[in-house]
Design a protein around this ligand. Sequence first.
Ligand SMILES: *Cc1c(COP(=O)(O)O)cnc(C)c1O
Length: 428
Amino acid sequence: MMNLTPTLQDCELLDAQDPLRALRDQFDLPPGVIYLDGNSLGVLPKTAPARVAHAVTHEWGTDLIKSWNTAGWFTLPQRVGDKIAHVIGAQPGEVIAADSTSINLFKVLAAALHIAAADHPHKTKIVSERSNFPTDLYIAEALCKERGYTLQLVEADEIAAAMQADVAVLMLTHVNYRTGAMHDMQALTAQAHAQSILTVWDLAHSAGAVPVDLNGSGADFAVGCGYKYLNGGPGAPAFVWVHPQHTDRFWQPLAGWWGHAAPFAFTPDYQPAQGITRYQCGTQPILSLTALDCGLDAFLAAESLGGMAALRQKSLALTGLFMQLVRTRLHGHGFGIATPAEEALRGSQVSLTRAAGAYAIVQALIARGVIGDFRAGDGGQHPDILRFGFTPLYVGYADVWNAADQLCQVMASGEWQDARFTQKHAVT
Ligand SMILES: *Cc1c(COP(=O)(O)O)cnc(C)c1O
């Protein structure tokens, strides 16, 4: 089949034979929508409305403050963290679900700089990628200012050469949010460690999307997002992982009472808890954690069907199919493919480039019920991007075919040039 352009019937057959197909039923997908933006905001797990409603009316409404103990609110960050640990190659007890990705990045980057300063005081730099997600770069820039370090930004192919003896921390996002290109975590971590460089990985576009093996790759720190591929809902808590050899070495800078060894002793001085618990700061959003817990249950359901390995296989088939359809059916419409063709280098999204019109084309697709998104370029080396996320938990092969077909129609009709599609919204 792969030599010929697949037909809709081919794709429907693939869906019928897909061993993961039943997982789609765990989610509430609005009718008439092909959702290719799970890399930005995951869909609603069917269990979430009732679970959150129970937490509101019963746990909060009836049991009130007793619920910190009786409903297990107090340990929810750890329990949700344990479920996340399972999908990122960490052990139970090594991950906490809390705060936002930006805030967790601040904590781990600050801790990494503490460790670097203690072990290698001559080191002066953090290295990251110029096309990293901006909040990561802003957090690093602010910390560098405060601690007297320099942030060095390089292109992906310059990372290896940039790992010099004066580098304290290599801070990378595992799967690039714009292009979907994936780094080799194990190889880069090994190279970094050979120069006594600590690694901080952002798994925002990896957790739940591709297999991640934090323990196996010897990484030092990781953070990631709850509302993308983990389907935790808008503003869901993020997560943080620290290698056990580092957790107890230093305080993280946001040393709030939830990271204290005995928060209810109410002592005036800070005594950090052992392990990842010290990476908590203050009271966590229980309702949001409850929704995130529902999102993670879908991964438990996937476990008996082959888990992340099976999800990865399907994800590669979906992204590969979309790229094949773009190459064959959209030939001549000015699209480039920014996502690597090589499977080992690809996350779970496909990003298309186009010299002009990317925003309007995405808007025209959304009007037709195919939801992807647009990411602005820099007018230079990094072009505008039409971004399509393929979440193997709930996207099917026929969805991919229909999305490509709708894109063909948008281009053939020229409807994307209509003025209503060029109006920019606040959130793209
Ligand atoms: C989505 C994303 C974030 C989001 O950070 P928030 O603190 O949740 O706003 C951060 N980093 C990367 C790489 C992302 O993709």
